[in-house]
Write a protein that binds this ligand. Sequence first.
Ligand SMILES: [Zn+2]
Ligand SMILES: [Zn+2]
Length: 275
Amino acid sequence: MTAVPGRLRLTVLGCSTALPAPDAAAAGFLVEHDDTAILLDVGQGVANRLGRVADARELAGVFIGHMHADHFLDLAGLRYLFPWAGRGSSRLPVHLPPGGTSRLDELASAISERAGFFDDAYAVDEYDPGATFTVGQLKLRFAPGRHYVPAWGVSVETPDGARLVYTGDTGPSQSMVEFARGADLLLVEATLNDASEDDVERGHLTAPEAIDLARDAQVGSALLVHYPPDRRPELDRLCAAAGPWIRPAVPELSLTIGREIESGPGAALSPAATP
Ligand SMILES: [Zn+2]
Ligand SMILES: [Zn+2]
């Protein structure tokens, strides 16, 4: 992994939905800044892919936006990388949303592991979504998504003000627009083929709604995430019509984020000339 000092680097580990797909994992994004590497979400399939680019034992933390399987289930898989009696300083910090700890305990039980299964490997806590969280030199803030269960988007900011925002799962939301406003890079979910697929109380976005959210937030650039891979050609077309500042994320895409986006391997994203 080539890192540029002082710059945020994003690697897409998974950008699919809960629907199994042969070549795509569910939600998982590796964010690196100097010696600090964090993982945003760890849905099914992400643990396997993480191993190609980073050692889970060297992560500074894992942040889970909400407790749906496609955002946290591979915490079970990652657990097996750690020693069974490894209580000590090497535990991986795992930051769950409010109420997440009991869900993780229930997961240990559901997979026939003993109580404390995760605690030997992970230093688990629940973040306060109203507070700013510091990890390394990065500042993380959270904002509620519009979803079927409590769900949080996250903003990751460097000391020089470069900012990545990830919506997590959300329906159309003006507060998410405000949270994302001016981000250098926005990861915006684009789950639905059509809004009629959603509940009356919305919990996901269509691709046009995702593009509108990114445009309204006047972000520098954006990647559509959390979409079924077979819809990528359609999303490519929609993004091409919107401009070169937005495109669908693809697995293993890696980008350096600064005040502008640099092209990386497989990256053809360029910042918006005008918001
Ligand atoms: Zn969800
Ligand atoms: Zn999801």
